[in-house]
Design a protein around this ligand. Sequence first.
Ligand code: PGA
Length: 686
Amino acid sequence: MKTIAANACRIVLALTFIFSGYVKASDPLGTQYKIHDYLEALGLAAYAPDWLTLCSSIALSAVEFSLGIFMLFAIRRRATSAAMLLFMMAMTAITVWIAIADPVSDCGCFGDAVILTNMQTLAKNIVLLACAATVYAWPLRMYRFISRPAQWIAINYTILFSLASSIVSLYLLPPFDFRPYHIGADLLKGMEIPADAPQPQFTTTFVLEKNGERKEFTLDDYPDSTWTFVDSKTVQTSEGYVPPIHDFSIQLEDGTDATDNILTHKGYTFLLISPHLETADDSNFGDIDRIYEYAKQHDIPFYCLTASTGKAIQHWQDITGAEYPFANTDETTLKTVIRSNPGLLMLRGPVIVGKWSHNALPDISDPDVSPDKLQSLHDNTRPASQKVLLVILWFILPLTMLTLADRTWAWTKWIRRKRVKPQQHIKHLKTKNNMRKKIVAGNWKMNMNLQEGIALAKELNDTLTAEKPNCGVIICTPFIHLASVAQFLNQDVVALGAENCADKEKGAFTGEVSAEMVKSTGAQYVILGHSERREYYNETPEILKEKVLLALKNGLKVIFCIGESKEEREANKQNEVVKAELEGSVFNLTAEEFANIVIAYEPIWAIGTGLTATAEQAEDIHAYIRSVVAEKYGQEVADNTSILYGGSCKASNAPELFAKPDIDGGLIGGASLKAADFKGIIDAWK
Ligand code: PGA
């Protein structure tokens, strides 16, 4: 159930965020205007310069789009789901505010593509917040499509694609135009109100007085003339039908309304649109002037529509030499008409037939080119289906190819591994002049409940199966995890071990777990002699000797821990201590039995303290331990014995430690509780 819930919610979030991120990225100016509306409602617009709101718009779309893609591909599952939850919490808080205070008429979540009422937005965000919380609760249950190394390619490509979409849309025009002023739109039709359209509704209340008492009445219960009229109020109760284009009007400089004249003109008309001449980009004024000359030559009316006033117009004329007439139109309308300041619109009658950003104005190097030809030169000639295809080709196709390549690679690797016999596999882990096995073992201690433990083990198993480690990897878990984890662990890649076993074979030892039981779960290793067990559970060398014998008897390999305390190190007694620990519990074994022992040197003062033995200190004592083993069992056995270092070992110090000739890997506590940290240590063998 949890897996189904997490994956279903992940798909809902992914698709919504990809859509909302992309529509925003493809219309950065539209999103900027929306941000500005919000800031205005908060009284903060004056503090946010245009460049800041534009950067925020681009960043917002990149964040949304990337979060959507990361969710879809289950990239960095924990971080992505946490970021998603934070994002949805912030967005839901904003929508609660807009639902109550009504500062903007629509939230702008999906640009102009889907317009929602404030209440619909709130409902949508509550659903998305619930999805985000579900995914956050079980992030590791999301199925992954690509392995970790390939994730970086997807992350970079996604961010790059989103930023590139924003920049292209800013430079040209939004590739998808959802506004009522798109190419092909008939402005007069857009202004029409159908005869049967709902009319706006008004209610009037009257305040009347009689014998000093004041009361409110409506037309329906208007009282007799014994009441004296005091006041009346009329309020609009419903808006009625609002046509898509309801605020488009053109006022000439002399104050006359030229809207009808222009829209009913039979031929072509050019409208240069600049909501704000003060902030308009004047770099392409030469091209604009050439189009004006062309318009004059072909008797095409040309107006510059702006919301700016006399002074700004004068300034624009001074710097660009503009000779065309100016007319006044509402600023918001002009911003809706075209996402370019300035931008050029070409009308045939009332129909928009061409739309150009000032950066890509139509080429009229041949002044005799016919206006019919010119209208077909706008940026948006491609039908929407082709544009969708382009997005697929530029973004979805490369990512799909990456996924397929990654999965094929993982599959062939898995097949190759299946063909390698276990012995060959172990051999592979040994270096040429050093035949012993390199190992990184995790000791979870008393951490992780069953679900968390399974999730961590699964994550490690997936990661390490996809990307074969250069060493043996073992995870030693609490007893209760063993059987469940053994079910899915590929023990050729990640072997399983327990953290302890009983010193008795079987019987009335309430609460104990025998070596045989451990073995029956599928585990192959057991940690014995850990300093925490020696100290807190009074495990003596004799008890440990029994445990080691029982473990070996039941076919378990033993990770046997030794190490000195701080006081012993200060008294320079470390060599003595480790030798005595070996003699006390494992030197009774035959050489054959001893081949199943991995030694873990763990200075007690370094365990969980953040203090690490220096690589030199560790190497000294590892070499000493090897010499003691050699003394007892001969050089060959000593050379084949893996001696691990433990105690605050982490990804940052592992490479230096593991580089030492007698350090064959690590026994890792704290840093084995997160897959990424543990993997970082495993990677030290690369
Ligand atoms: P640590 O523990 O890595 O958290 O120091 C090591 C151990 O006790 O095995």
